[in-house]
Design a protein. Structure first.
Length: 276
């Protein structure tokens, strides 16, 4: 399945537990020797009252991660297409969050991405010895890289993000700066590195070097983090169209304690089976 070009292997584990070792997950995600995907999504039954499904996300490394917004949209489409639920609005639990997902009449899916997290220890981000530059109502933190220092806005959308402003995403050094930010020692659990170009107060362009996945065509939580950062920096309004290399997403955030809403496409590409 794919959502704005972010592609996934989606597995139905609602009837029986899925017991795959990390090396099997890695093979499944391998584009040459497996199926190939940015991430692997597992749909499980939930034991939590008033929660429809448990939603698990694995990187190609085999590690389970906290959140994936584009994956959440694909989960809704998968659940409906497979007849696992007829509900237009679903509540699903992740490893650290509870999400509300809504299938729109036009086939797009809106995901309530919950509140952004700004407390540095919860991201987590080690700012010891650093001095941030204030911009609008937010901070830009200096990160020392090989041969350069970049400024990043840091926050969590259930997973960690570091967003930097660039004049032109096409010219941004994503392939070289991205992995340095992703693996920077100040982020204890690594980080998703976003490169944000402001087009207008209602439109941006975005590239994201994802944690353990490299640059992907789109990143839902990355789009949310980028827009929230842009709003707090005083550069964006409350509703923004995000153009990624894989498609467009609409992100809305009213500020303060409001939840972030993300709307975008989800599509089945093919189905099959594989021996692991």
């Amino acid at each position: 399945m794919q959502g704005a070009g972010n592609d996934f292997v989606v597995i139905d584990a609602t009837r029986a537990p899925l017991l795959l070792a990390p090396e099997q997950m890695r093979r499944l995600g391998d584009r040459r020797f497996g199926v190939g995907a940015d991430q692997i999504l597992v749909v499980e039954a939930s034991d939590t009252p008033q929660v429809d499904f448990r939603y698990r996300i694995f990187n190609n490394s085999g590690d389970e991660v906290e959140h994936c917004g584009n994956g959440a949209r694909c989960l809704v489409r998968f659940v409906h297409d497979k007849g696992l639920s007829a509900k237009k609005t679903l509540r699903v639990e992740t490893v650290n969050n509870l999400l509300e997902l809504r299938l729109q009449d036009d086939g797009r899916v809106t995901v309530d991405m919950n509140r952004p997290v700004f407390e540095l220890e919860r991201i987590p981000f080690d700012a010891a010895g650093l001095e941030a530059r204030k911009m609008g109502g937010f901070e830009l933190w200096p990160l020392a890289l090989t041969g350069a220092t970049v400024e990043v806005a840091v926050l969590s959308m259930g997973n960690p993000h570091a967003v930097q402003l660039v004049a032109d995403v096409d010219a941004a050094a994503v392939a070289t700066i991205g992995p340095q930010v992703e693996q920077h020692p100040r982020f204890a659990r690594k980080v998703n590195a976003g490169f944000l170009q402001i087009v207008s107060r209602n439109a941006v362009r975005l590239r994201v070097f994802e944690r353990d996945a490299g640059e992907t065509l789109a990143c839902g939580t990355g789009a949310c983090a980028a827009v929230v950062a842009g709003i707090r920096l005083g550069l964006l309004d409350a509703a923004v169209e995000v153009s990624t290399r894989g498609g467009s997403l609409r992100i809305e955030w009213a500020g303060a304690d409001s939840h972030v809403l993300m709307t975008g496409p989800a599509q089945t590409v093919f189905e099959g089976s594989i021996d692991l």
